[in-house]
Ligand binder design. Sequence first.
Ligand code: 5GP
Ligand code: ZN
Length: 150
Amino acid sequence: MDCLFCKIISGEIPSKKIYEDASSVGFLDINPANPGHTLVVPKRHSENIFDADDESLKGAIVAVKKVTSMIKERTGCQGVNIVQNNGKAAGQIVSHVHFHVIPRNQGDSVVISYPRKQTDEKELDDMASKLTRKKSAALDEEIMREMGRL
Ligand code: 5GP
Ligand code: ZN
């Protein structure tokens, strides 16, 4: 498959791997936001979070937690951002699902920013019902069941 991160996982393309387990790999981002910026990827290819299987995602988030601890211990950073982009509109460049682990320190130059909008009770209610409106799709049913609404 012609996928950059699949090639990094297999070793066909070199990378600075800092973590590996049965289902995930962690390697240093080639253009780090801060030193130690790491990408954690499931070994099984999927383009984004919508396509990824649950097992891969569960494995990846546990790997993210371990990598986060490693980075915090070894760099002494004060905080960490976990960033995960899906789709071009959301800033995804590489089409293999990945989690950014970005070490942070007070006053560093990294900016992760979005404008916060004003809203009101009605708008929030409308959105909540739009997002939870009962439909026939299996996914909706599953979500409603988990929320105790079925
Ligand atoms: P995205 O914008 O898709 O969420 O992030 C992709 C990330 O992959 C970027 O932060 C970019 O620096 C990193 N990246 C792109 N090409 C390579 C590469 O060949 N090797 C490594 N280690 N990272 C890469
Ligand atoms: Zn891939």
